[in-house]
Design a protein around this ligand. Structure first.
Ligand code: NDP
Ligand code: MG
Length: 399
């Protein structure tokens, strides 16, 4: 029996994780769950999975949940609030495995707490790794935590690697394993066939309507700008100990191949399947065994086409910005991630245009690119300063 903590259980990845868990009651036990403010859904999850403890980040929502659980005679479930409590459940000795599925840099400290406690960490929260890079990987190395990628591309790459490399994500030596390149696939998002001048008037609903994947709102906008692929480029660098030159982005609109590894003898190994996050989640939960995920088998005979294209960086300037940040260093990556979170939130709240996102990101990276980031305190401080700066750009843009 594997004892699980799910950070962000009410989100898209959190719900898909519980879908897989539901199929295997004999294999997984839910110890703890967390959310920000989704009281109703968390209440339903408590009734079904009976965790020992739940954290709601917001105090008001924790009180509401406590009241509902008491009325339903479930007062044995402990409800806590506040961000420190996220770290407490992530490092709890009753937990073996932590699913890191909070969105954004808010997931950094709890995910790092799980790493430092030597847990098996299933990493969906790419922003945590992007914003802290080498510091995060050093912590993995030091504690011996088992890090398994959930992001479909990174999970695919992981599956295409020899087991010697799978044992040590973050500090594997892929050149020594015969790998010549990692090919990161991306669909190009909902606006792949749109003209550049049409993008100014994109609405949040259009940006969130991804052609192949059903995801949370922030990552959906990131997929539309291809910042998501940029964050994944940086994530791949850290997870697989690569140089930027070793990673190539390939547009593949059907999202059937989830990424590939090219070897020096000319072989290319790809991982394929229907675009459904329950596959990488089931893979990581049970690794190295294979379990049912609930995902239908891929049907080759109904697949209409199978295309590949080079990336147009003029159309996707956020991707270019992220690759450049990856080459520049940690200050640029931390700044880019923070600015992007603020810009995407402003776009979703209709305060800026879709095409303003890249302007805020670029101005913020240029301002903070030379900041030195060598400790987690540096990351937290820089993240905070960039958010204040990016917010000021949004306020200026409105006046
Ligand atoms: P969602 O927005 O659907 O869910 C986010 C979860 O985090 C919710 O449980 C939410 O709680 C909680 N949360 C939100 N803000 C905070 C906060 N400030 N502090 C603590 N908890 C918070 O996101 P996704 O599930 O789509 O994405 C989660 C992570 O996984 C992201 O990093 C994303 O990049 C990554 N990922 C997602 C994929 C997908 O298919 N969705 C694919 C690959 C990676 P509440 O419900 O109360 O708001
Ligand atoms: Mg992905």
């Amino acid at each position: 029996m594997q004892n699980l903590c799910i950070l962000g259980s009410t989100g898209s990845i959190g719900k898909s994780t519980l879908d897989v868990v539901r199929l295997h009651p004999e294999k997984f036990n839910i110890v703890s769950l967390s959310a920000h403010s989704s009281v109703e859904l968390m209440f339903a999850q408590c009734l079904e999975f009976r965790p020992k403890k739940v954290v709601m980040v917001s105090t008001k929502h924790a009180e509401q949940l406590t009241g509902k659980l008491m009325t339903a005679n479930f007062s044995d479930i402990e409800v806590a609030s506040g961000t420190c409590e996220l770290e407490t459940i992530a490092q709890d000795s009753a937990t073996d495995t932590v699913m890191a599925a909070i969105v954004g840099a808010s997931g950094l400290l709890p995910t790092l707490a799980a790493v430092k406690a030597g847990k098996k960490v299933l990493l969906a929260n790419k922003e945590a790794l992007v914003t802290s890079g080498a510091i995060f990987i050093e912590a993995v190395k030091k504690s011996g935590a088992q890090l398994l990628p959930i992001d479909s591309e990174h999970n695919a790459i992981f599956q295409c690697l020899p087991s010697s490399a799978q044992q040590k994500p973050g500090y594997c030596d892929l050149a020594n394993e015969g790998v010549s390149k990692v090919l990161l696939t991306g669909s190009g998002g909902p606006f792949r066939t749109w003209q550049l001048d049409e993008l100014d008037n994109v609405t949040p609903a259009q940006a969130c309507a991804h052609p192949n994947w059903d995801m949370g709102r922030k990552i959906s906008v990131d997929s539309a700008t291809m910042m998501n692929k940029g964050l994944e480029f940086i994530e791949a660098k850290w997870l697989f100990n690569l140089e930027p030159e070793d990673i190539q982005v390939v547009l593949h609109p059907q999202s059937t191949i989830h990424s590939m590894v090219q070897y020096k003898d000319g072989s290319v190994i790809a991982q394929m399947g229907n675009p459904d996050m329950r596959t990488p989640i089931a893979h990581a939960l049970s690794f190295p065994e294979r379990i049912e995920s609930g995902v239908a088998p891929f049907d080759f005979f109904s697949a209409k086409s199978f295309e590949f294209q080079a990336v147009d960086f003029i159309k996707y300037p956020n991707l270019k910005l992220a690759i450049d940040a990856c080459k520049s260093g940690q200050g640029a990556c931390t700044a880019l991630n923070a600015a992007n979170e603020i810009a995407v939130d402003a776009f979703l709240n209709e305060k800026i245009k879709f095409t303003d996102i890249v302007k805020i990101n670029e101005t913020s990276v240029n301002k903070f690119v030379s900041e030195q980031v060598t400790s987690i305190e540096d990351v937290v401080a820089l993240d905070k300063s960039v958010r204040i700066f990016a917010l000021s750009l949004i306020t200026q843009a409105k006046h």
